[in-house]
Design a binder for this molecule. Structure first.
Ligand code: UDP
Length: 254
């Protein structure tokens, strides 16, 4: 098979040219970073699990008519996606105080927020992804007011749906980060959910014990990281067939 052209390498994923125009292949690595890549590590099997978890959640979201970039999973570590123009904004939704909001506003971690709060961060590693307001986003043209209407509307639906889905398997969705892109089809442009949704960009707590089942185990050196990601997949009913023994997965097929 001809070697595919690599288009972009990020901290946790690589994007390759897809088999047809308008498609890309998204490859999930085991690499983990935190604190804007100041902390680096490898979580064995993370890529396999995130590929599977993100596939599952994107399919479920598509079923409730949330448009996404996902087409289909290709193998253990790769999925075929639609090529989109990424909007350079990280959309964070918070249901319970944790991480930066707990620190910034002095709210004890674990406090349920009066209502779900949506925040925006400008995607720029050099600037450390600064928090911005909708005003900045529209004034600087990163997204139009119409784009923002779609993004807010979709984000709240995603939060409602995922909160219920996770609660159903005994997991509290504390907060998460999502990204959107512009999908151009014929003359039309649509805002679609892009990137991934996985324990790398969600805070997931066991609903009974509040035990952390996400990347905070890596950020805060809590150990049992692989086990936590596997447990999320197990509860969602999607642990890869070979189970915990085969988490490494094949190398990318190039
Ligand atoms: N998050 C992310 N990527 C980032 C920053 C945050 O996926 O670059 C996720 C993080 O996993 C958490 C939520 O967004 O689920 C809120 O993160 P927070 O602002 O508390 O930042 P943190 O303290 O985790 O860096």
């Amino acid at each position: 098979m001809a070697r595919r052209r690599q288009l972009y390498e990020g901290k946790a994923k690589i994007l390759f040219e897809g088999p047809e125009p308008g498609t890309l292949v998204q490859y999930f690595k085991d690499d983990a970073t935190a604190f804007n890549a100041q902390k680096k590590g490898t979580i064995t099997g993370k890529g396999v699990l995130n590929n599977r978890i993100s596939e599952f959640l994107m399919i479920k979201l598509a079923e409730i008519n949330v448009p996404t970039h996902f087409i289909r999973r290709l193998n253990m570590r790769e999925q075929l996606i639609k090529e989109v123009e990424i909007i350079p904004i990280e959309v964070v939704v918070r249901n319970i105080a944790a991480g930066s909001i707990a620190q910034r506003l002095g709210i004890p971690e674990g406090t349920r927020l009066p209502r779900s709060i949506v925040e925006y961060y400008y995607k720029n590693d050099q600037l450390n992804d600064p928090m911005v307001a909708e005003e900045h986003i529209t004034a600087f043209g990163w997204a139009t007011p119409q784009d923002m209407d779609d993004i807010i509307h979709l984000t709240l639906r995603i939060n409602d749906f995922l909160t219920g889905l996770f609660l159903g398997v005994g997991i509290t969705l504390v907060d998460f980060k999502i990204e959107f892109g512009r999908l151009y089809e014929n003359e039309d442009m649509r805002i679609v959910l892009a990137d991934e949704i996985s324990p790398d960009n969600c805070r997931l707590w066991d609903a009974k014990t509040n035990e952390k089942m996400d990347k905070d185990r890596f950020r805060r050196d809590l150990g049992k990281i692989e086990e936590a990601y596997q447990e999320v997949a197990r509860r969602l009913g999607i642990l890869p067939e070979a189970g915990a023994r085969d988490m490494k997965g094949p190398e990318t097929m190039q």
